[in-house]
Design a binder for this molecule. Structure first.
Ligand SMILES: Nc1ncnc2c1ncn2[C@@H]1O[C@H](COP(=O)(O)OP(=O)(O)OP(=O)(O)O)[C@@H](O)[C@H]1O
Ligand SMILES: [Mg+2]
Length: 241
């Protein structure tokens, strides 16, 4: 349901998501969206961003590192996600265009992404309110040293919050054993959303489950997710769990 004419962050952006998030989610926040391949991570984050921003005069950046901007658009169109000019799709080309990418063997991509985000902020000012990075796995695979990578993520999270952004970070990870992802990113983030697939009696059901969302009253149950005519839709809780 719309509030003051706007689709509230997360809650109003995907039909039925307010069954899971019972109170408003405010910004700034860093939210991880975790799930196995094909669990609709990209669709979820892009839907949340385009729906929310379409009702505002704000702007967002969707940085896709797994595919280029064109193939991302094709993928989203196939699922029926609506588009808005308020979302700018950036891809690896935009990172390569930054002057800092020299001939180093292993550039600091976290620093480069931060630079890209800061440039965007300079251009759009405070109307730049949302960021998505798809995905951290793609980003990590470009970098050598996982210990210092995770350390710099701490600063990255802080800097995104300081800029006032609602940031969604996509991560590959299985939630099939009912275990919550407990990597350092999950501790550092303000929210963790799991997208998974539950297999019972030969039927696979997609679900969404919120493991953590600071300052929000939310369900911990798995709720079924379907692709309807106009994109994703959250249905009732899964009975088998
Ligand atoms: N028109 C459609 N109707 C129903 N399901 C679709 C449709 N188009 C795509 N899908 C499903 O959506 C999945 C892709 O969704 P999405 O790209 O959001 O997932 P993802 O978790 O980001 O995947 P990846 O791990 O590949 O990045 C496809 O694997 C397919 O199962
Ligand atoms: Mg994806």
């Amino acid at each position: 349901m719309a509030h003051s004419g706007a689709y509230r962050l997360l809650r109003d952006t995907i039909s039925g998501l307010d069954r899971v998030l019972r109170t408003d989610v405010d910004s700034p926040k860093v939210v991880l969206v975790i799930g196995p391949p094909g669990s609709m991570k990209t669709s979820f984050c892009f839907s949340v961003m385009s729906k929310h921003l379409s009702s505002t005069d704000q702007i967002g950046m969707y940085l896709t590192l797994e595919e280029n901007a064109d193939s991302h658009m094709k993928n989203m169109k196939s699922i029926g996600v609506s588009f808005t000019n308020n979302v700018v799709i950036a891809d690896f080309t935009d990172i390569r265009e930054l002057e800092e990418v020299g001939n180093e063997d292993s550039p600091d991509y976290i620093m480069l992404i931060e630079k890209l985000v800061r440039n965007f902020r300079q251009k759009h000012g405070k109307s730049f309110t949302m960021l998505a990075i798809d995905s951290l796995g793609a980003l990590y695979s470009l970098m050598d040293d996982s210990v210092s990578v995770r350390k710099s993520m701490y600063h990255f999270f802080k800097n995104m919050r300081d800029m006032g952004l609602f940031t969604m970070l996509i991560m590959e990870g299985s939630v099939s054993e009912g275990k919550f992802y407990s990597g350092s990113e999950a501790f550092l983030s303000d929210g963790v959303v799991y997208l998974g697939m539950d297999s019972t009696k030969g039927k696979i059901t997609r679900f969404v489950q919120v493991g953590k969302m600071r300052a929000c009253e939310h369900s911990m149950e798995r709720h079924a997710v379907e692709i309807g005519k106009s994109g994703l839709q959250v249905l009732g809780p899964l009975l088998s769990n």
